[in-house]
Design a protein around this ligand. Structure first.
Ligand code: FES
Length: 157
C-alpha cells in the first residue's frame, strides 16, 4: 500500500531551517502516521540531505520510535522487579502466546501491539499492564482474557 506522504512533506518544510530538529521532526511524523516508515525516512533523507543511516541511528536509539505500523491498542506489560515477582513474566508470556506475537510485534489483524516496559511507578498494584493510556493493576491471566475481549470489541464498534 502506498503511503500518502503529503503531511510528512509539510512537516519537513516547517523544520527545514531548524538546526538539531531531527528528533522532533521524526516525532511529529510518527504522531501523524503512527510510525516512521521507510518511505518517510527516504523523504527526510532526500529533503534535508541527511544520510538514512543517521536517521535510522536516531530511530533505533530511542525506544519511543516505531518502524512498523502499530496496532489499534498497545499493551505494555511491566517487567520491573515488583511486577516480575508478582507474575509479570507469566503475563507477558501468556499474552505473547495468546496473541501469537513477540514483544515489539503487532497482531496480524492490527488490533494489538505488545511491549515490555520497566517499572511504571505503581508497584503497589503489581503486576501491572497498561493498555493505551489505561493502567490495570493486580492483573491475573484470568482477567487478561476479559480485558482483551473488551478492547477487541471496543475496536470493532
Ligand atoms: S515494577 Fe511494575 S510498576 Fe513498578
Amino acid at each position: 500500500m502506498e503511503i500518502d506522504l503529503s503531511d510528512a512533506k509539510k512537516t519537513i518544510e516547517r523544520y527545514r531551517d531548524k538546526k538539531g530538529a531531527l528528533i522532533p521532526l521524526l516525532q511529529e511524523i510518527q504522531d501523524t502516521y503512527g510510525y516512521v516508515s521507510k518511505e518517510a525516512v527516504e523523504l527526510v533523507s532526500k529533503e534535508l540531505s541527511i544520510y538514512p543511516v543517521k536517521i535510522y541511528g536516531v530511530l533505533t536509539f530511542y525506544t519511543q520510535f516505531y518502524l512498523t505500523p502499530r496496532g489499534r491498542h498497545t499493551i505494555r506489560v511491566c517487567q520491573g522487579t515488583a511486577c516480575h515477582v508478582m507474575g509479570g513474566k507469566e503475563l507477558l508470556d501468556y499474552l505473547s502466546d495468546k496473541l501469537g506475537v513477540s514483544e515489539g510485534e503487532t497482531t496480524a489483524d492490527g488490533t494489538f501491539s505488545l511491549e515490555r516496559v520497566a517499572c511504571l511507578g505503581c508497584c503497589g498494584i503489581a503486576p501491572v499492564i497498561v493498555v493505551d493510556e489505561d493502567f490495570h493493576g493486580r492483573c491475573t491471566i484470568k482477567n487478561l482474557d476479559v480485558l482483551l475481549d473488551s478492547y477487541k470489541s471496543e475496536g470493532a464498534e
